[in-house]
Design a binder for this molecule. Structure first.
Ligand code: 4AD
Ligand code: MG
Length: 432
């Protein structure tokens, strides 16, 4: 007998086939009728068990099904009698593959800590599965955009000798006779070498930050896509980011309407993002915030509350550009018009989702970069390879890094990024 998946049901109406998967729910409608919600990863279908159609013995087997047991069901897919585009599966027989006794997650409300401790099971729930599917779309949409725009994939190392984003959030691991290695915070510095060979490159992988902050936007292990391009300057760098994000939004809407519905995402709001993004300088942003009563100063970074205030009433993301050099990373290029400003940008998502991308034009002058690094007390010898890029055929260049979970959380409308990754790692959680 043909084994099909739920996704394929529409092509097998009226034919006897076999499905393999799990029981999401099973309920009694009457002494002769039961409904089983069946899922198999590809989708979910209501399976109908009607005693007169399937016989006493097989009906008894359906009665024994428990939440989350695995099984195969044999039967006939049919169009739903009332709902257009919806299908049902009329059960003839069932065989349990793996039983599940007392599945710990029930329909009643569970606390966040309980669910996180049962993350290995929680991922099966409808909302979590929807999130994982959206993550899949976002991941491949980013790659598709970059591949279509001639970026080469260039994998950067995870075990590294230097910090990329400051030393306060480094994870240190013992490394043979070399002493210590650090887990990468971003592949950017390596990508800067890659563009001198390939022109445009990107990496996509896990990065690590020993974040002591306990916010809903910080993980200690998260996935970052870093992109870097030669001969691209600050304004064009933002244009690429805008195009890329709008492409991702379109892909999610195209591929994940069902999932967005399960998550109760306001899709109309999401659609509005596919329009030109706004740009504001850091100076203008601070002035605006002060005008709104904030105590922030011109030397400050933006916190979650300020980011939310800035995008309030805006349908599209906002670039905050031209930051004070003091509060940004050493590699950002000085603004030729003001040496205290760097040509960096943060992209802030609307609806309170906050920063999703950090990027900048890079300092490409050897002597200027060397001086900055000396001023910041960076160990020059350790970074000589990075300085070398400025010594042998330096070019203007720019790049940016997207936090995958931040972007997925925004697309999905979930407020905590721990749900946007299969197994979240935070300061308080390493298990399961
Ligand atoms: O702004 P960040 O620190 O920029 C960089 O690392 C650059 N080297 C990237 C580059 O230019 N290639 O981090 C980039 C993005 C942030 O905008 C945010 O979306 C995400 O990474 N991010 C985090 N996501 C989850 N948990 C954390 N602790 C994060 N820290 C940053
Ligand atoms: Mg940042």
């Amino acid at each position: 007998m043909t084994h099909i998946t739920v996704k394929e049901i529409k092509d097998y109406l009226g034919k006897e086939v076999k499905l393999k998967g799990w029981v999401r729910n099973s309920r009694k409608a009457s002494s002769k009728l039961r409904f089983v919600i069946f899922r198999d990863g590809s989708g979910e279908v209501q399976a109908v068990a009607f005693k007169p159609d399937m016989g006493e013995e097989n009906f008894e087997k359906v009665k024994k099904l428990t939440l989350e047991c695995s099984l195969e069901i044999i039967g006939i897919p049919q169009a739903h009698p009332k709902k257009e585009g919806v299908f049902e599966f009329h059960i003839k027989d069932v065989n349990i593959i793996g039983e599940a006794i007392d599945y710990p997650i029930s329909k009643k409300e569970h606390g966040a800590d309980f669910l996180l401790s049962h993350r290995h099971l929680w991922i099966r729930s409808r909302k979590q599965t929807a999130l994982l599917k959206i993550r899949h779309t976002v991941y491949f949409a980013i790659c598709e955009y970059l591949n279509d725009n001639d970026f080469f994939r260039f994998d950067s190392p995870i075990l590294t000798p230097n910090a990329c984003e400051g030393t306060t959030t480094l994870f240190e691991v013992p490394y043979f006779d070399e002493g210590s290695a650090f887990l990468s915070q971003s592949g950017q510095l390596y990508l800067e070498t890659g563009i001198m060979a390939l022109g445009k490159v990107y990496d996509f992988g896990p990065v690590f930050r020993a974040e002591k902050s306990k916010t809903r936007k910080h993980l200690t292990e998260f996935w970052m896509m870093d992109a870097e391009a030669a001969f691209v300057e600050h304004a064009e760098n933002m244009k690429i980011q805008e195009e890329l994000i709008r492409f991702v939004v379109r892909k999610v809407i195209e591929k994940n309407m069902k999932e967005l519905e399960i998550l109760e995402r306001d899709v109309e709001q999401l659609k509005k993002c596919d329009a030109p993004f706004k740009i504001m300088t850091h100076f203008e942003a601070i002035e605006y915030l002060i005008g709104k009563g904030s105590k922030i100063t011109h030397d400050d970074d933006l916190g979650a509350a300020e980011e939310a205030m800035l995008t309030e009433g805006s349908d599209v993301p906002i670039f905050i550009e031209k930051w004070p050099k003091k509060i940004k990373a050493f590699y950002m290029k000085r603004d030729p018009e003001d040496p205290n400003i760097v040509l960096g940008s943060d992209l802030i998502a609307p609806e309170g989702f906050g920063e999703i991308i950090g990027g900048s034009q890079r300092e490409d002058d050897y002597d200027v970069l060397l001086q900055i690094m000396k001023d910041e007390n960076l160990p020059i010898e350790e970074y000589q390879w990075f300085l070398d890029i400025r010594k042998y055929g330096s070019v203007p260049h720019s790049g940016f890094g997207i936090g995958l979970e931040r972007l997925v959380a925004w697309m999905s409308g979930v407020t905590h990024i721990r749900e946007a990754i299969p197994f979240p790692r935070t300061i308080y959680r390493l298990k399961p």
